[in-house]
Structures are given as structure tokens and as C-alpha cells.
Design a protein around this ligand. Structure first.
Ligand code: GAP
Length: 499
């Protein structure tokens, strides 16, 4: 499935391998026009649900951070993966992945020495040339650079967007009401020098994150809107089941998950319920979504408890969100290292270093899951023999394709006018006049356009156009004057086949 999805994504330039003209380097993908539009709409949907509707703030911070920041955050000492090299071909691999691929085995939290021992016992050899592997070492995943021409001014490209938020927190807090709780978010690129990038968009070296840092008073770990979601259900994969090696999960409401201490507090449970709503809006079904309570040995250095949202895909369960209870770890560390007091003054006169719950979403992995779950083959009134994407109308890269039946007799000109007038009304429109109408329907389906408008000789006479619905391939006739209203109502109601 993943291969099929990647093939169509590359064929339609939804994704483009970066630096393709030169020797390819793993872990980098560009987004073509369709992919970029899809990405932008997913990010905007996230903004709408997690920022606008919640009254949280968005900021934008820099990519390059001086060494002192990442020393304080712990990334310099703790942010790495175990690496092993082949003494014959010299290639390097993730030691834990080699072991895990060998069988039913998880290496979460194992030290390099333990991994070396396991690899020797299991007689693991180089997957490329079958040569002998050396001892396991530790590889820091950050890209290092020099800031300016003077040697010794070390900087790193940020491995998460979160650090910039912690650095700016106090200023944003003071200028935006000085009240807790306060959510500050950032959407942007993060960079990790992954040892073995793989599986398309799953493990990239340059990827996008949507991160929200929710700052709250530790004496009141509550979310003001928790009541709205307390009865929402989700599936949890507990630590106990993971330790037993079983895949069994339990279904709980947000309230029950807090009561049973499977999540650290109400705030995290609140976001978990909203995350389910977000992914289901993107057409990822409820029963392929599970929250995995990370084992203590896998939990990141900054976290007082992590619950990851995972999606079941054709390449296994993929983590799309890391939910972390970061406590006051980051603000305290930056306070100590910089010598600046990062506590805040509350209305009641008390001072506190806020605690933080962080939902951290991977945009690229979300797109990959969406591509898999929206992928369809054939079907419809035309008994099509092509693949297509069943994107929800509100998130489709283009809502409408405008297609003149012929290029002659003024049909192109009329179709261009209709396309432009729809663009003026705010629609994302693609115009296509090349090839047979059947081929154009296929091209529009392949990039998930929900509605095709065909402009024909009747359009010139009576102003009507044909709307073809992507999902069932059926058609109806509409007056071009009332098209914007019609398309808005279809798109908002997410109607992608004839009602
Ligand atoms: N600030 C916390 C943080 O960065 P994380 O679990 O390391 O936490 C959060 O990353 C999310 O970012 C992951 O759930 C995943 O969706 C995405 N992500 C992390 N590493 C990635 C990579 N190498 N390629 C693509 N996405 C990645």
C-alpha cells in the first residue's frame, strides 16, 4: 500500500525527491503544488482547532540555536540514537532497528553496551554486505554548524520547534494578559540527522512539526474545557500490555483515563480527545488510532510522562503525535543556565514556574497516513480503472477542476472566465484543457479534486455547467451563476458524491 501511495504521489508530483538531479540523499522530500496545498490545509485545520478555537497563540522562532540553549535543554547530552558500523563496507545503521527487525524484541532505553551484547548473541551482521558489525556507539541527531566566520561559535539547527517557545515564553506571557493557563504554538521545520531515514515520510531528516506548549499553574492541572470532552472515547495501549508483549488495548473515556492514572492529568486527556477529533476529520478511522503509554525507559529526558498517538499503517504502527508532560523541566533548565528568573507573577501575588503539557504533531507523518487512508482504486459510475484520493472536500488541495470540453469555439475562454470567477470567490481551482475529458477526470481524481466542472456547448447557450462528483462519478447540471453558493454548500457539508 505504502509503495502504491508513494508511486501515485511521485507521479502527480504531490511529493518530489529533493535534490533529484544529483545523487539522492535519503530523508528529504519536497512538496509539489498538490502536496504543498494539502500540507497548508492540514496546518490551517490544526490552527483552527488547536489555536483559534482555543484562544492559543502562534509564534515563529529561529531555526539556528546557539549551543548554550541545547546544552540547557538536554539535547546536547541526551538526544541521540544507538549506531553501529560495518567493518567491511563502512555503512552505519540504527542498532536498535537491526535488533527489532530480527524478531519480537523491543530495545527501548537499552544502553550501547547492552545492545552490543544482544547483537553479538543474535549474530547480527551487516544488512548490506553481511560483513561483521562493530560495537554500538551513540550518535547525536542534531545538525551542527558554525555561526559566523569565527570558529568556535557553535550552533545547531533546531531538533524541535518547542525550544524557541520556551525561550520566548516570558515575553509572550507578559504582553498577552499575564494569565495561566496559556498556550503558545509554533508550526515549522525541525531537523534531525537520522541514522537510517526510511519509509517515505515516516523518518525524515528535515520535517515539519505543529507543536503546542500549554503552560499552566502546577497547583491546578486542569483544562477549562475538559467537561466538553470528558466522555469522548479513545483506545489506550497500556504499559502492562506492552511489557507482556501483547497487542491488547483498552477503550476508555478521557475522564476514565485520568481517573485510572493512565495519563498524567486532565490537560493531556483534553488534548488527546481533541487529537482524535482532528485525525478523524482527516479521514483516519477511529479503530486505527491508539494512544501508547510510553515505557519509562523510552520516555524523553524532559518528560514526566508521554502518551503517543499512533496510526496503524501498512508499514506498522506509526507515531504521529508525542504528548509529553514536560513539567517545568525546560523553563527551569533555561532559568538556571541563563541566570534569568523565568518564574511568572500571578494575579494572587504568588510566583510560579509554569508546568507544560505538549502535544507535538508531525505534519509529514500525518500526510502519509492521510494518503494511505484516502487512497482508493476504481469504482464509480465510469467503472474507472485508475487510483484516486478520497480527501475530505475541505482539505482537498484543489476544490474544483474546470475543464472545457474542447479547446475551440470559445469553450476555453468561457471555462477560463468561470475558473477565474471561482478563484475570486476564494476557491482553489485547477484548470485543465489537455487531453480527453476522461483523462482529465482521471488526473483530477488522482489528486483528490472533489468536483469537476465541464464547460460545453450548452454552457454557451444557457450558462449551465456539468458538475461531476469524484466519489461516485455521477453528474448533475448547475447554473454557473449560482456555482459559488452550490460549491460552498457541497464543500462545507463535505458532499463528494451525488446526494
Ligand atoms: N517537541 C517534542 C518532540 O519533538 P517527538 O516525539 O520527538 O517530540 C514529535 O516528535 C513528532 O514529530 C513525532 O510524533 C512525529 O510525528 C514527528 N517526527 C519526529 N521525528 C521525525 C522524523 N525523523 N521524520 C518525520 N517526522 C518526525
Amino acid at each position: 500500500m505504502m509503495q502504491k501511495v508513494m508511486e501515485i504521489a511521485l507521479k502527480r508530483s504531490i511529493l518530489i525527491p529533493s535534490n533529484e538531479l544529483y545523487s539522492p540523499v535519503g530523508g528529504f522530500y519536497d512538496y509539489g503544488p498538490v502536496g504543498k496545498a494539502l500540507k497548508r490545509k492540514i496546518e490551517d485545520c490544526w490552527r483552527d482547532l488547536f489555536l483559534r478555537r482555543e484562544g492559543n497563540f502562534e509564534i515563529e522562532t529561529v531555526y539556528i540555536l546557539p549551543e548554550a540553549v541545547l546544552k540547557a535543554s538536554g539535547h546536547l547530552s541526551c538526544f541521540g540514537d544507538p549506531v553501529v558500523g560495518c567493518s567491511k563496507c563502512g555503512k552505519k545503521f540504527r542498532a536498535d532497528h537491526l535488533l527489532e527487525e530480527k524478531g519480537n524484541f523491543t530495545c527501548g532505553g537499552m544502553k550501547p553496551e547492552q545492545l552490543t551484547k544482544e547483537m553479538k548473541e543474535k549474530k547480527i551482521v551487516c544488512p548490506e554486505c553481511r560483513g561483521p558489525l562493530g560495537d554500538v556507539g551513540w550518535f547525536n541527531l542534531m545538525f551542527k554548524t558554525n555561526i559566523g566566520p569565527t570558529e568556535g561559535t557553535t550552533g545547531y539547527i533546531r531538533p524541535e520547534t518547542a525550544q524557541g517557545i520556551f525561550l520566548d515564553f516570558q515575553r509572550v506571557f507578559r504582553s498577552h494578559g499575564s494569565k495561566l493557563p496559556m498556550g503558545i504554538a509554533q508550526i515549522g521545520k525541525s531537523f534531525r540527522n537520522e541514522i537510517s531515514p526510511r519509509q517515505g515520510l515516516v523518518r525524515l531528516r528535515e520535517f515539519s512539526q505543529m507543536e503546542l506548549e500549554y503552560f499552566f499553574n502546577p497547583s491546578s492541572p486542569k483544562h477549562p474545557r475538559f467537561k466538553e470532552v470528558e466522555n469522548e472515547k479513545f483506545i489506550i495501549y497500556t504499559r502492562e500490555e506492552q511489557k507482556k508483549g501483547s497487542e491488547k488495548c483498552i477503550e476508555l473515556t478521557a475522564k476514565e483515563a485520568v481517573e485510572r492514572k493512565l495519563v498524567p492529568n486532565e490537560i493531556m486527556a483534553y488534548f488527546m480527545a481533541r487529537e482524535m477529533q482532528f485525525y478523524m476529520k482527516l479521514r483516519i478511522p477511529y479503530d486505527v488510532l491508539r494512544f501508547r503509554h510510553m515505557l519509562p525507559e523510552e520516555t524523553p529526558h524532559y518528560s514526566g510522562g508521554n502518551v503517543d498517538l499512533e496510526v496503524k499503517t501498512s508499514v506498522g504502527w506509526v507515531e504521529v503525535i508525542g504528548n509529553a508532560y514536560r513539567t517545568d523541566y525546560d523553563l527551569k533548565s533555561h532559568s538556571q543556565s541563563s541566570g534569568k528568573d523565568l518564574s511568572v507573577l500571578l494575579e494572587d501575588g504568588s510566583r510560579v514556574i509554569p508546568h507544560v503539557v505538549e502535544p507535538s504533531f508531525g505534519v509529514d507523518r500525518t500526510i502519509m497516513c492521510m494518503l494511505e487512508y484516502c487512497y482508493r482504486e476504481g469504482g464509480g459510475a465510469e467503472r474507472r480503472d485508475w487510483e484516486w484520493f478520497d480527501f475530505p472536500a475541505f482539505i482537498s488541495p484543489f476544490e474544483v477542476a474546470v475543464l472545457p470540453l474542447m479547446k475551440k469555439d470559445g469553450l476555453s475562454e468561457r471555462a477560463s472566465e468561470i475558473a477565474n470567477s471561482l478563484r475570486e470567490k476564494g476557491f482553489d481551482v485547477i484548470y485543465d484543457e489537455t487531453g480527453s475529458i476522461g483523462k482529465r477526470y482521471a488526473r483530477a481524481d488522482e489528486i483528490g479534486v472533489p468536483y469537476c466542472l465541464t464547460v460545453d456547448y450548452d454552457t454557451l447557450k444557457d450558462g449551465t455547467v456539468t458538475i461531476r462528483f469524484r466519489n461516485d462519478g455521477k453528474q448533475s447540471r448547475e447554473d454557473s451563476k449560482t456555482l459559488p453558493e452550490k460549491l460552498h454548500s457541497l464543500s462545507e457539508g463535505n458532499v463528494v458524491c451525488l446526494p
